[in-house]
Design a protein around this ligand. Structure first.
Ligand SMILES: Cc1cc2nc3c(=O)[nH]c(=O)nc-3n(C[C@H](O)[C@H](O)[C@H](O)COP(=O)(O)O)c2cc1C
Length: 160
């Protein structure tokens, strides 16, 4: 199985989480700035990660190269998502970018696995929440960095 972890990261936190996931799962990391449609198509298991910026937006690197994902044929592919955000400063748009990625890959016919519990987080609204769960791994390096290792480990174990 080829695992590709495609991430966008402005200040490095998402890149670091991508690297930690790759180490545990044996996949390769790929900056969204370098990704082509073929990278999405050739991987048998895709993991996509993004921090949220603006008021609930994808980071600019993801926005600028969103077409690479959109133009890829990922119908039937299994995808897992992770998102980074700050629940204290941005409680109304916590992890929204992960929700945007979810909507996109679902629209393209992919299957998303790796939902997680919202327990332990305090926020008001999140586009990454669906039926009381997050649509992927939720990480807050700004206010809960002490939880990150535990959260990554539990998520990777459940994906395996
Ligand atoms: C200008 C700005 C806007 C942000 N907006 C949001 C937001 O709407 N929702 C959220 O959950 N986090 C938001 N964040 C927090 C970042 O997503 C968080 O710090 C993340 O860890 C950054 O990841 P990176 O280092 O990979 O770029 C924002 C941060 C900044 C600096």
């Amino acid at each position: 199985m080829t695992i590709t972890i495609v991430y966008g990261s402005e200040s490095g936190a998402t890149k670091s989480v991508a690297t930690r996931i790759a180490k545990k799962m044996g996949g390769r990391t790929l900056d969204i700035r370098e990704a082509t449609a073929r990278d999405f198509e050739e991987s048998s298991f895709l993991i996509l990660g993004a921090p949220t910026y603006g008021a609930g937006d994808l980071p600019s690197d993801w926005e600028d190269n969103f077409d690479a994902l959109k133009s890829a044929n990922i119908e039937g592919k299994t995808v897992a998502l992770f998102g980074l955000g700050d629940q204290e400063t941005y409680p109304d748009s916590f992890l929204d970018a992960m929700g945007l990625l979810y909507d996109q890959v679902i629209a393209q016919g992919a299957t998303v696995i790796g939902f997680t519990e919202t327990d332990g987080f305090t926020y008001t609204s999140s586009m990454a929440e669906q039926d009381g769960q997050f649509v992927g791994l939720a990480i807050d390096e700004d206010t809960q960095s002490d939880q990150t290792s535990k959260r990554i480990t539990a998520w990777v174990e459940r994906l395996a």
